[in-house]
Write a protein that binds this ligand. Structure first.
Ligand code: LMR
Length: 394
């Protein structure tokens, strides 16, 4: 059996984490994998989460099955968090899924049933797992222009020239906010243009929403996904609670479909349930129940939003301080884009050799496309990081 197999390619994000953990140098710096870190370089359990976990320990009397489509209160609370009253909820079908990746998995299985082998247009560049996920599901990944490495901004005209030519059989994968890996995001006006184009061409929007609340705030970050759902007759959204609730290993996600009407939503719900049952039967409940309890309790929700705001402020301060250090040390405004980008990442524009040098000479780990995790930047020592970054480029 196994003689037919070759070694599979490693996922570069988790491979780098392994390398970082094995590095004995005390001054090493992990700016690779997308996990939030506070000023002490910890990835904390959020305060509201700790409280709710204690509650659950005291109150839960069973671990029996929840059901194939998952914790309904959780799914409804997440749908409400994303959409508020911006759309008619009769159009919405949602199922619990294991994390953001799990929610995308359920979605793309369903899309492959609707359009077997269909083209999925992915931004260039994108999260490195998007492409292999589409291939594994049997879909056909293709790329559309997104990021200009010269300006470090979105190539919006080229992107639109591409999207405007698509048709009803095409699927367009969009990052709802906080683009991974670039940090360059669409403005509200640009989202309006994208939504109109998708409505006109009939191309199907699939939104990856893994960083809601990490950019400019929960409401502002939801602008794009709301606009698409209001404008287009159909869409799907993969939501992750890994980052904004700090629940990485608990795998809490939601796969959401917005249909033309209630009847269509019911069909899609049954299909998503069918995919789940045949894939992993149902999702782990612990993280989902934590999120449900936080979002449906006024005091806990306020506490969570406050901490989420603190996390966002920390990343914004890191952006400003690193951009200021880069300006000072490079004597140029070339890296000012770091302060303008939003979310957890910025793509710095270093070559693979320069990224390797950072790791070898300074113990600074960033992804090989030069994506840097802004949350991991040492807030009080951005000068040293800037010196190393500029050092390897000279
Ligand atoms: C990342 O991009 O680093 C995170 O989303 C973690 C992951 O699963 O890749």
């Amino acid at each position: 059996m196994f003689e037919t197999l070759k070694k599979a390619p490693v996922d570069k994000i988790f491979a780098l984490l392994g390398e970082f953990r094995a590095d004995p140098r005390p001054e090493k710096m992990d700016l690779g994998i997308g996990v939030y870190k506070d000023a002490s370089n910890n990835t904390p359990v959020m305060r509201a989460v700790t409280k709710v976990e204690q509650q659950m320990l005291d109150e839960q009397t069973t671990k029996t099955y929840v059901g194939v489509t998952g914790n309904r209160g959780y799914c409804d609370a997440v749908v409400d968090l994303i959409f508020g009253d911006s759309i008619d909820l009769d159009r919405v079908a949602s199922v619990q899924a294991p994390g953001g990746t799990g929610s995308l998995w359920v979605i793309i299985q369903l899309l492959n049933r609707a359009r077997p082998g269909g083209k999925v247009w992915i931004s260039d560049p994108s999260w490195p797992n998007h492409w292999p996920m589409m291939e594994l599901a049997g879909l056909n990944p293709q790329s559309y222009p997104y990021f200009d490495p010269e300006t470090r901004q979105v190539r919006f005209e080229e992107m639109m020239a591409h999207l405007d030519q698509l048709g009803p059989d095409d699927i367009v994968l969009l990052h709802g906010c906080c683009h991974n890996p670039t940090g360059a995001n669409l403005t509200p006006e640009q989202w309006d243009v994208v939504a109109d184009s998708l409505k006109r061409t009939g191309a199907f929007p699939l939104i990856d929403l893994a960083y809601l609340g990490f950019g400019d705030g929960l409401e502002t970050d939801a602008y794009g996904v709301r606009k698409i759902a209001q404008t287009c007759p159909e869409a799907m959204v993969g939501f992750s609670a890994s980052k904004n609730f700090g629940l990485y290993r608990e795998r809490a996600g939601v796969a959401i479909a917005i249909g033309k009407d209630k009847d269509q939503a019911a069909i899609v719900l049954s299909q998503m349930g069918n995919v789940i049952r045949a894939s992993f039967s149902q999702s782990p409940d612990h993280g989902a129940e934590i999120v449900r309890r936080i979002l449906t309790d006024k005091a806990l929700r306020a506490e969570w939003e406050k901490e989420l705001g603190e996390m966002r402020d920390h990343m914004l301060r890191n952006r400003q301080k690193l951009a200021a250090s880069m300006r000072k040390q490079s004597n140029s405004d070339e890296f000012d884009f770091i302060a303008e980008h939003r979310g957890m990442f910025s793509l710095l524009g270093l070559s693979k050799e320069q990224v390797e040098k950072l790791k070898e000479e300074h113990g600074i780990y960033i992804i090989d496309d030069s994506r840097v995790n802004i949350a991991g930047v040492p807030e009080d020592n951005t000068d040293a990081l800037a010196e190393a970054l500029i050092g390897v480029t000279r």
